[in-house]
Design a protein around this ligand. Structure first.
Ligand SMILES: Cc1cc2nc3c(=O)[nH]c(=O)nc-3n(C[C@H](O)[C@H](O)[C@H](O)COP(=O)(O)OP(=O)(O)OC[C@H]3O[C@@H](n4cnc5c(N)ncnc54)[C@H](O)[C@@H]3O)c2cc1C
Ligand code: SF4
Length: 486
């Protein structure tokens, strides 16, 4: 049977509403006053954009949310979306010293949202581009978080960036890929508008390599930033994959962002294949949009699942089920032309080596299959655009980590196409670093930071802002173990 939407407009909207509601002002004040305003603030170091977290929290505590937003957005122009989508429990909040005292960490993400919502709602511009411009033009290929981070910083440094984005809207996965209940696409679109306000030009609906030849960009621009992200979901390569109810997770999630929620077809019994965060986002949204059953099928055990634990827990609360140590062998249709189930086989994972157990096949009924087994690298496109660009064995662009410069002197990069796929906050930080690399390449002075002058001279604990040397909370612990605070 073909699948169809399962909920009415109101119910679909209610089910997909944000799972972390904004703070009312009084609650934000109380939460801000829990912060110890640590001098060596480990939360800063765990933030890849190096936001001066105690400083912005102090401003909220002092009744100055506009100043707080300025601190946040100066370090991270996508501070509003990062407040909603960052995996804070492994970044800033995972490093908060309150955890050592067996208290809940300060809710940095929600406080960040409080401050950035304040300036967005009141239409207050906290970032200003210089009135005096250089005559340098930079082409940005891809308007996702990396491209936006690069473009905004270039504009703030006085240059004239032009973003070429193949989709109708800019924002990349922030606009088209993030789970709806974490962030509505409007937040990302508002950020794009704010970046336009800095003087960045956008050329949307234009695919570089198809609508604009790369030779034209090379001739007309002083430098090029490549932020094209990753490609579509990898293929299963099993019989029945072409049936109409077998969908790519990215396509499924994009539908939720580009058409009314109550018009998106959802199966009654949905299988999601994969074990990463995309699989979790897909299964949760399928459940919320009315699937009677939604099951994650993963080829290894629970401990091997790449999805964050807190995301898995969230999916379970939404009623998703997990079936581990299985692989799909065939998508079944019983001659109907539509998905009727999956033939699965059990796997063993002894010594870390995955093998399918012979004779363990079994059939399970499903009417929709969502593929979420990882995104493909854009090797074909990169080689087509720049035949001499150096890629590593993984198919990602090799670059200088501090400047984003590739082996082609005029070409810089950052974000998923260079790091292989991380988080929004990594992409925006890498875009910003590349902008500074481009600035130096174009003859400007070296720009560094964000450096919190008030924190110079901290001894013992890891030093500097996360922007210079981002670390994750578990890594932070390892660092402390090596260098106990003096
Ligand atoms: C399903 C999913 C859910 C995610 N959820 C989270 C989350 O909750 N939190 C989090 O922090 N991270 C999340 N991520 C990761 C995050 O979205 C990415 O790390 C981030 O978007 C990378 O930014 P980017 O700019 O490098 O790439 P992208 O966001 O992919 O942007 C690349 C842009 O380049 C454009 N483009 C490509 N080729 C061309 C061309 N030839 N010409 C013009 N434009 C082109 C694309 O259309 C796209 O807009 C998620 C990722 C996925 C897939
Ligand atoms: S580590 Fe926690 S308590 Fe210390 S400054 Fe950061 S948020 Fe505040």
């Amino acid at each position: 049977m073909p699948i169809s939407p399962r909920l009415g407009a109101e119910e679909a909207a209610a089910k997909m509403a944000g799972f972390k509601p904004p703070y009312p002002p009084q609650e934000a004040l109380i939460e801000a006053n829990r912060c110890l305003f640590c001098f060596d603030a480990p939360c800063i170091q765990a933030c890849p954009t190096g936001i001066d977290i105690p400083s912005f929290i102090k401003k909220i505590a002092n009744g100055n949310p506009t100043g707080a937003a300025r601190t946040i957005l100066t370090a991270n122009v996508l501070g509003a979306s990062c407040a909603r989508v960052c995996p804070t429990s492994v970044l800033c909040e995972g490093a908060c010293v309150m955890l050592d005292r067996e208290h809940d960490p300060v809710k940095i993400g929600r406080l960040q949202r409080f401050a950035t919502d304040h300036v967005a709602e009141k239409n207050i511009s906290v970032l200003k581009s210089p009135t005096q411009k250089t005559d340098k033009r930079v082409a940005i290929i891809g308007g996702g978080p990396a491209g936006l981070g690069c473009a905004a910083e270039l504009a703030l440094l006085g240059h004239s960036p032009v973003v070429f984005e193949k989709k109708f809207h800019a924002g990349g996965l922030n606009t088209y890929g993030i789970a709806y209940y974490k962030m509505s696409p409007q937040v990302s679109l508002d950020e794009v508008e704010m970046i336009k306000g800095l003087g960045v030009e956008f050329s949307c609906g234009v695919e570089v390599g198809k609508d604009v030849p790369i030779a034209q960009l090379e001739a007309e621009f002083d430098a090029i930033f490549v932020g094209i992200g990753l490609g579509g979901s990898a293929k299963l390569n099993i019989p029945g994959e072409g049936l109409p109810e077998v969908v790519d997770a990215l396509h499924f999630i994009e539908q939720l962002h580009s058409q009314p929620l109550h018009q998106v077809p959802i199966g009654e019994r949905v299988a999601v294949i994969g074990g990463g965060n995309t699989a979790i986002d897909a299964v949760t949204q399928a459940r919320r949009l009315g699937a009677r059953e939604a099951v994650v099928l993963y080829r290894r055990g629970q401990g091997d699942m790449p999805a964050y634990e807190f995301e898995q827990e969230l999916a379970k609360v939404d009623g998703a089920r997990f079936v581990l140590n299985v692989v799909p062998v065939e998508v079944l249709s019983e001659g109907t032309g539509h998905v009727t189930g999956l033939k699965l086989a059990h796997t063993s994972n002894a010594d870390g080596k995955l093998c399918v157990l012979p004779g363990s096949e079994f059939d399970a009924p499903f009417d929709m299959v969502i593929k979420a087994i990882g995104e493909e690298k854009q090797v074909g496109l990169l080689k087509k655009l720049f035949p001499n660009l150096e890629l590593d064995q993984r198919g990602v662009v090799v670059r200088n980590l501090d400047t984003g410069q590739t082996n082609l002197p005029k070409v810089f990069t950052g974000g998923d196409c260079a790091n292989g796929g991380r988080e929004v906050v990594n992409a925006v930080a890498e875009g910003k670093k590349a902008a500074r690399g481009i600035h130096a390449f174009l003859g400007g002075e070296k720009v560094s930071g964000p450096v919190q002058a008030s924190r110079y001279g901290v001894k013992g604990a890891p030093m500097g802002a996360g922007f210079d040397r981002p670390i994750r909370a578990p890594e932070l612990e390892a660092e402390y173990a090596k260098h106990p605070a003096t």
